[in-house]
Design a protein around this ligand. Structure first.
Ligand code: URA
Length: 426
């Protein structure tokens, strides 16, 4: 298939002149045979141009950046990184999604903040980013309409799992934001969309190539998603941990991922002389209060109650975590040892069953429900001590508890845990 056909095809997807049957047979062909790098770029470009795109004046256009994560458990990087980037002078029109299945979604987390609205039109996003440097919102109907029809059809025709189709779907939506630079966090491991590292790397390379082909300076981080990121899983609990991280008190693995991704964007835009200097700049914003101030400004601008950020107790109350109907149940280890592994997937399934996550698109979630890890990989734990505390509304079901048996693995010898980040591409 040649690029001009792709352009016509995407036009037909939006104006309805291509039938579901013809689109399905094309999707199936791409799914089984693939398409070339050049065709993937043409498809991504045509999808980006299928609707409205954000535009920026020449003074800031070189500074407009965003990130995308392929999703994981406890992945709250966006909530911290977006304001940290704004504190460094970058402009972040971040368009995110909701959680489905075992992975969480940034919009659901943000909506734990009382009053916070994630619905904005393109002109409102542009105005807010121009004014305070950051907006975190949901997809509008007008951005990349081609993806909505194609994704819905992919979902029912078993063609989700295709590198060029995933690439064009994700990158077109990011490119429609009018970005100068993009960083991708492509996860692999038991709780990732792609479990195998080689497949995740292929996807990362394809997305970097497509985004660069469209003039967006793009890098990708390949990071493992076997254990939860940080200690908090569940919407309100993840906002609490994000605010702690914005105050310089976050878990080391989370702060590392935020700093590395931010460093890559600061390097790509020329605001830092290299990625390590950029990572230090992000680190400073988390420790001098400037990232928290940008987060506060964003909460105010999007209708949220920023007074909950004033102290720990107002934050807990505001996030609905001080609630007599919310129960805490801790699970303890039977032996002493060093924590070698914690299974992110079984914990995510437990949280989903307790009401923190959706099984189907329209499901209502309970934002206060979730889990806190009392230890992380590499920590020492003594026999009888809790390793996880579950926050739940109803009784925790037997199947939920049973699903967590064997989720923590201890070893006798102390060891140095490795970084989650295996490789930077680009
Ligand atoms: N997320 C998307 O937006 N599109 C895909 O194809 C897969 C994940």
């Amino acid at each position: 298939m040649i690029p001009v056909d792709i352009h016509n095809l995407v036009e037909g997807v939006v104006d309805g002149s291509i039938s579901d049957e013809d689109l399905t047979s094309w999707l199936k062909k791409v799914h089984s045979e693939g398409i070339s790098e050049v065709e993937t770029i043409a498809l991504t470009e045509a999808m980006r141009d299928s609707g409205e795109t954000l535009s920026w004046n020449s003074e800031i256009s070189e500074l407009v950046v965003d990130k995308h994560s392929t999703g994981g458990v406890g992945d709250k990087v966006s909530l911290i990184l977006a304001p940290a980037l704004a504190a460094c002078g970058l402009k972040v029109p971040m368009i995110s999604g909701r959680g489905l299945g075992h992975t969480g979604g940034t919009l659901d987390k943000l909506e734990s903040i009382p009053g916070f609205s994630v619905e904005m039109e393109s002109d409102q996003i542009q105005a807010q980013v121009n004014k305070i440097g950051v907006a975190m919102v949901g997809q509008t109907d007008k951005l990349v309409p081609a993806d909505r029809r194609m994704y819905a059809l992919r979902d029912v025709t078993g063609t989700i799992d295709s590198v060029p189709l995933i690439t064009s779907s994700i990158v077109s939506k990011k490119a429609a934001e009018g970005l100068s630079a993009l960083v991708l966090d492509v996860k692999f491991g038991r709780a990732a969309f792609m479990t195998e590292e080689v497949k995740a790397k292929k996807l990362a390379e394809s997305m970097v190539s497509a985004a660069r082909g469209m003039g967006v300076a793009t890098t990708a981080v390949l990071s493992s998603m076997d254990t939860p990121l940080g200690c908090a899983i569940g919407n309100s609990l993840e906002v609490l941990e994000s605010v702690e991280t914005l105050c310089g008190n976050g878990p080391a693995d989370l702060e590392e991922l935020v700093c590395i991704q931010g460093g890559l964007l600061l390097d790509s835009t020329g605001l830092a002389e290299d990625r390590d200097t950029g990572a230090l700049m992000i680190h400073d914003t988390l420790h001098d209060g400037s990232a928290l101030e940008c987060f506060r400004a964003m909460v105010d601008a999007q209708g949220g109650d920023s007074s909950i950020l004033n102290n720990d107790s107002s934050l807990m109350v505001g996030l609905g975590l001080i609630d007599t109907e919310l129960n805490a149940t801790s699970l303890c280890v039977a032996e002493s040892g060093w924590v070698f592994d914690i299974d992110a997937l079984s914990i995510a399934h437990a949280c989903q069953r307790m009401g923190a996550g959706r099984f189907e698109l329209g499901d209502v979630i309970d934002r206060a429900v979730g889990a806190i890890l009392e230890v992380q990989v590499g920590d020492r734990i003594e026999s009888g001590d809790p390793w996880i505390t579950l926050y739940h509304r109803d009784e925790v079901g037997r199947s939920t508890i049973e699903g967590l048996i064997g989720s923590i693995v201890l070893v006798d010898e102390e060891f140095e845990p490795g970084s989650r980040i295996h490789e930077v591409i680009g």
